[in-house]
Every structure is written in C-alpha cells, then in structure tokens.
Design a binder for this molecule. Structure first.
Ligand SMILES: Nc1ncnc2c1ncn2[C@@H]1O[C@H](COP(=O)(O)OP(=O)(O)OP(=O)(O)O)[C@@H](O)[C@H]1O
Ligand SMILES: [Mg+2]
Length: 389
C-alpha cells in the first residue's frame, strides 16, 4: 500500500491502468497477424482529438508487436518538417530494426542516396537535383528490409499532422509503401493524427482513406472510466466515494487526459484516506487551474475580440447550434458576417469548438468540452460584449 499519487496527467505518458480500447487493439492484432502471415499488408491510422490517448495506444500496439517478436520502427516527429527531413528521420529511426552489426553497411548504402545518417561521421551535402525524396525513400526501405531479419516491420508514426506538407508526404507514404509491399518488403504503417487529417482524407483523398483505413478513437465508456480511476487506487490506501467517481465520469466526458487530470487532483485532496464530494469540489478548482496553465490560457489568449464574442454565443447557448444560426446571432450582436464566419472557422480549426451531427440533420457546433465551459465561465465575464446595433 502506498500513498503516492498513481495518476499521470499530461501528454504521451502511459497510464497507470490502460482502460478500454478493446476494439482498436483487436483490429490491430488482426491486421498485424494478417500482414505477418499473408502477402496482403494492412495499414492503420488512429485519428482523434487532443488528449484522447493516441500516443498511449501506439505504445500499447508496440508492446503487443514486441510480445510476438516483431520489432517496431517508431518515428518520432517534430513540427515543421518537409518530406526530405521526414525521409531522413525515418532512415535514422531504422536503427530500431537494423542490428548494430549491419548498421555500417546500411548507412553507407543510404548515404549514397543523399541521406545524412547520424553516427557515420559522413556529412552528405544534398543538392536539390540529387535528392529525390520518393526514390531515396524506396531505396531506403529496400535497404532497411534487406538488413533486418524479421517477418514484418510495423512502422509507428505518432502525430503525423505535424508534418507541414502533410498531404504531399502522405501521398508519398502511400506510393512508397505500396511499391515496397509489391516488392515483398513487408512494412505495416500505423499512424496517428488529429481529426482534421481524417476529414481531409475523406473529402479530398479517398485513396488515402482506403490505404490508411482511419479509425476514430471514441471517448471511454462509463465502465472504462470507472476502471481507469478505480484500478490504480487498488494499490493505494486512498479511496474515492461513488459520487466522486460519477463526477469524474461526467466532467471528463470519457477523455483519458481529463480522467487522469481530475483523478490526480482528487487524489491530492483526500482527507482521512477518502475523497468525498466536498473534497472533489475543491480539487476541481486546482484541476481547472492546472489545465488552464497547460492549455486553455494559451488557446483563449490568442483569440481576437470577435472570436471571443462568437465563443460567447456558443457558451451561452444551452444546445449545440447550426453554422447559420451562429452567424445570424453574431450579426445581431454587431459582428460583420464575413468576420463572424472567419472567427467561427478559426474556433473550430483550433479545437475550441467541436461539431456534432445528429442523425440526418445538419452539423451543429458546441464548446469543446465541459471543463472548457467551466473555464470560460470565469473568463468571458471579463470580456465586454459587442453592443447591439
Ligand atoms: N486507455 C487509457 N486509459 C487510461 N488513461 C489513458 C488511456 N489512454 C491515455 N490515457 C492517459 O491520458 C493522457 C493522454 O494520453 P495520450 O498522451 O496518449 O493522448 P494523445 O491523444 O496522444 O494526446 P495529445 O493530443 O497530447 O498527443 C495520458 O495521461 C495517458 O496516460
Ligand atoms: Mg500524443
């Protein structure tokens, strides 16, 4: 028994207890099995919003693959990368699957393609005419495959939306990995990205949709949230009352990041080894301060006055609103229609608003989540309303 807080709020940190995601794990296992034992490689894309557990799920997939002796090639992206940088990063990540004894041979082969490989001491000067990403990528895959002795190489790329020229890079990934599969080089792509990536797949690039087979991560169910909260407490001497757990279910809306945040702050407010509703209410203040400092303040402070006023319209509405309804209310409050449209679009693009689509009805918009609404209740009071014309 310990009183150390088991919860892990933050990003990219494996949870103390991995709840749910059975459907996704099942699909991954089947695709992995089929790709290993068949010539038909099946790729996968996990798409979902902020803090929904993409990174943790990829880590889980990695564990599963390793469990059946299938080493993974993970590619850790950083923002603002073009295709050239991406290919270079990919090749350098190959050290996870190319054994050290083969690395020298491998790196000299790929260096001749104009790719800088770390640790070789050879700095390759890339000339635009010399380095053609798609060709260099194909040759690199061939070299990675020939130097690693495994049945299949799952490639895991988290946060693929970070690539600036993502459409182009995704298209290259599709071409290159299709070519590789036809040559018998078995790479299985598993990528994660934000929801807008999926929308773009759907609308403009249906071949990409067919290739990546995107899967949307749903919020965790009430039972899964309960597990995520109660299982980690089993090794501690702290317990949460039932109504506290219910509050976490309601306020987190199944977002794993919020579950960890709320449970972690609640844990810190235990009195006599139990957290009751009053303790939880106090802990909620510190939880909201925490998430504000991590995220909300940054989002809110970037907004211009028109955006704040459009946000207020959605904040004050009890129900989700259609695009046209928001614009009409914005106009009535003195915002020009064109500005209202731009503001609404920016709020959606920056994930301050989310869309909901009741069956057969037009898309509607609402605030991103309950905790953000709590945050706005303090913030928007300080923003003066645009006067009515
Ligand atoms: N299945 C799960 N059960 C319980 N907690 C989870 C689960 N998945 C993720 N978490 C927790 O939720 C938080 C966010 O997870 P993670 O970083 O994987 O999400 P993400 O979608 O990659 O976030 P980001 O949008 O910041 O990249 C972490 O604290 C993690 O431990
Ligand atoms: Mg992540």
């Amino acid at each position: 028994m310990t009183n150390t807080n088991p919860f892990r709020p933050g990003s990219g940190i494996s949870p103390p207890y991995f709840a749910g995601r059975n459907r996704e794990i099942d699909i991954f296992r089947k695709k992995l099995d089929k790709s290993m034992n068949d010539d038909f490689i099946q790729h996968m894309a996990i798409v979902s919003g902020w803090g929904s557990g993409k990174t943790s799920l990829l880590l889980k997939f990695k564990e599963i693959a390793r469990g059946i002796n299938c080493p993974v090639l993970p590619v850790q992206l950083y923002s603002v990368m073009d295709t050239k940088d991406f290919v270079e990063l990919f090749v350098n990540s190959a050290s996870f699957v190319v054994p050290p004894s083969k690395w020298k041979k491998f790196s000299s082969a790929v260096s001749s393609l104009g790719i800088n490989v770390m640790g070789t001491g050879v700095q390759v000067v890339k000339q635009a005419s010399f380095f053609e990403p798609q060709t260099a990528f194909c040759h690199s895959l061939k070299n990675i495959w020939n130097n690693s002795h495994t049945q299949l190489i799952p490639v895991m790329i988290d946060d693929i939306q970070l690539i600036t020229k993502k459409e182009q890079t995704l298209e290259i990934l599709r071409n290159v990995f299709t070519w590789a599969a036809n040559e018998g080089y078995k790479f299985m792509l598993v990528v994660s990205g934000t929801l807008d990536l999926f929308e773009r797949f759907q609308e403009a690039h249906s071949p990409l949709t067919r290739f990546f087979e995107p899967l949307i991560l749903n919020p965790l169910s009430s039972d899964e949230i309960r597990d995520a909260v109660l299982k980690p407490l089993e090794n501690t001497s702290i317990s949460f009352s039932d109504d506290v757990v219910e509050q976490i279910i309601t306020l987190s809306e199944g977002n794993p990041s919020y579950i960890q945040l709320l449970a972690s702050h609640a844990f810190e407010h235990a009195r006599n080894n139990i957290v009751n509703l009053d303790d939880f209410k106090l802990s909620l203040i510190s939880a909201i301060n925490d998430v504000s400092a991590r995220m909300f303040d940054n989002m809110f402070n970037k907004l211009c006055m028109n955006e704040k006023n459009v946000l207020r319209i959605l904040y004050e509405s009890e129900v989700p609103m259609r695009w046209g309804e928001v614009l009409e209310m914005a106009e009535n409050s003195g915002i020009k229609r064109a500005s209202a449209r731009t503001s609404l679009k920016r709020l959606i693009d920056n994930e301050l608003l989310k869309s909901v689509k009741p069956q057969k009805y037009e898309k509607q918009y609402t605030l991103r989540d309950v905790l953000f609404k709590e945050y706005l209740s303090a913030k928007l009071d300080k923003v003066s309303k645009v006067s009515k014309v």
